[in-house]
Design a binder for this molecule. Structure first.
Ligand SMILES: O=C(O)C1=C[C@@H](OP(=O)(O)O)[C@@H](O)[C@H](O)C1
Ligand SMILES: C=C(OP(=O)(O)O)C(=O)O
Length: 431
């Protein structure tokens, strides 16, 4: 499908975006470790998180969905599925489930779509194999399909070279299925929803910052966790597309009920540095700080980004759209991880910006963008939701056509409805 966006005008609008993807995945997966009925309100009904829920069902959970609240009734024991577990486009699903299933009796096969089957899995299979997991896959357990023969795992002390919440979460779940205390260390704090949620459910997990590194001690599970009763906050990464829309059109976006967790809102801080006025309004603070973000656009200035990269990795493509119209040369470095997301996001950003007449250059670990006039172009989304939505937002300035825009449904099905608040668009069914 092609999404054609027509140029829009200034706006002053409220955005109630879809629920947080990271937290929704964890609700589905962690429910399996509980002893009862998990009540999840505002679960994200997007392709990625529906795949996580479907897998929970295949592993024995009973799901009751009244269209509003989703109840996940945990099985007495996680059961072996009689078919392949399909993770679709979702790295979070395949990696976190692998960590859980490595310690569960049974045989499991996890796979996904053509994009997921190209993404690196060594980052989870290597540490899991080092603690006794039986995992295999193409390229020596690096590419899905992954097969897992679940069984006994050893407690561990593992220091990861990358700050990845998916790897951390996989190892924390594996640690719950061992027989002694394990320690996981990452070089920089990655999003910490797993630690917060599992602690809230009664797991014995201690976290601290030590010499600039994030250290998590995990005790094995003695008994099942307490069921969740949670309202998932909205997703600040999805909302960021509309923050950029406000920033590049001198408009105002009022973003409602998102998590204000520091590991998730760093991109807003960068937009602020570029000249946007941003206000954070904290409304509650239980498992996660939750509130509103008000973004007001101004003339944008170029910026250099090389710190706190794990806290804004998913927002970098959208931020690149702000860089494309900012005054001066912006630089992003230290973001090599962008190359192993749903697409190679460094290549996707730079190639597509060039098509729009913007001067941009690739580095191995980032890019350089010189802000200027943007013209309408036919964008290759490379099947990547964040690339498709970023260029749709840039299209508010002078129009844009985006190929394979159906990928937006993997994370943010309400994007289209909200896009109509800022620009007119049409959808053409054939690419
Ligand atoms: O754990 C999570 O929910 C996620 C972790 C990040 O990936 P990495 O763990 O690969 O950094 C992020 O990019 C992804 O969108 C969601
Ligand atoms: C990288 C992302 O997700 P995942 O790794 O779960 O596919 C994303 O949503 O930008």
């Amino acid at each position: 499908m092609i999404l054609e966006v027509f140029s829009g005008k200034q706006f002053n609008e409220e955005f109630l975006v879809d629920a947080d993807k990271s937290i929704s995945h964890r609700c589905a997966i962690f429910s399996l470790l509980t002893n009862g009925e998990n009540i999840i309100k505002n679960y994200l009904r997007a392709e990625d998180t529906l795949n996580s829920l479907e897998i929970a069902k295949k592993l024995g959970a009973k799901i009751e969905d009244n269209g509003d609240v989703i109840k996940i009734i945990a099985p007495k024991k996680i059961k072996e599925a009689d078919d392949v577990l399909y993770c679709g486009n979702s790295g979070t699903t395949i990696r976190i489930y692998s960590g859980l299933l490595a310690g569960v009796d049974g045989f499991f096969v996890l796979t996904g779509d053509e994009y997921l089957r190209r993404r690196p899995m060594k980052r989870i299979s290597a540490p899991l194999i080092s603690i006794g997991a039986k995992i295999d896959g193409r390229e020596n357990a690096n590419l899905a399909p992954l097969s897992i023969r679940g069984g006994k795992l050893k407690s561990f002390k593992y220091e990861s070279k990358i700050a990845s919440a998916q790897v951390k979460s996989a190892m924390i779940l594996a640690a719950l299925n061992t027989n002694d205390i394990s320690t996981y260390i990452e070089p920089f704090l990655s999003r910490d929803h797993t630690e917060r949620m599992l602690k809230g459910m009664g797991a014995d997990i201690e976290c601290k910052m030590e010499n600039g590194k994030w250290r998590v001690n995990i005790a094995p599970l003695k008994e099942k966790l307490n069921p969740l009763n949670i309202t998932v906050p909205n997703d600040p990464s999805s909302a960021f597309f509309f923050a950029v829309a406000a920033a590049i059109t001198n408009s105002t976006a009022i973003i409602k009920n998102v998590t204000l967790n520091q590991t998730r809102i760093e991109a807003y801080k960068v937009l602020e540095k570029m000249g946007a006025t941003i206000e954070y309004i904290l409304k509650e603070d239980k498992y996660e700080p939750i509130g509103d973000i008000v973004v007001k656009g101004n003339q944008l200035q170029a910026v250099e980004v090389s710190n706190n990269i794990p806290w804004l990795i998913d927002e970098l493509p959208a931020l690149a759209m702000a860089m494309a119209v900012a005054h001066g040369k912006s630089i992003v470095r230290g973001a090599k991880e962008l190359r192993v997301k749903e697409s190679d996001r460094i290549k996707a950003v730079v190639e597509n910006l060039k098509k729009c007449g913007v001067e941009a250059k690739e580095f191995e670990d980032g890019y350089e963008i010189i802000g200027g006039d943007v013209k309408s172009a036919l964008i290759d989304s490379f099947g990547d939701h964040r690339i498709a939505m970023s260029f749709a937002i840039l299209g508010i300035l002078s129009g844009m056509k985006i190929q394979q825009a159906e990928c937006i449904n993997t994370s943010f099905p309400n994007f289209f409805k909200l896009l109509s608040k800022v620009a007119k668009y049409r959808i053409m069914d054939v690419d």
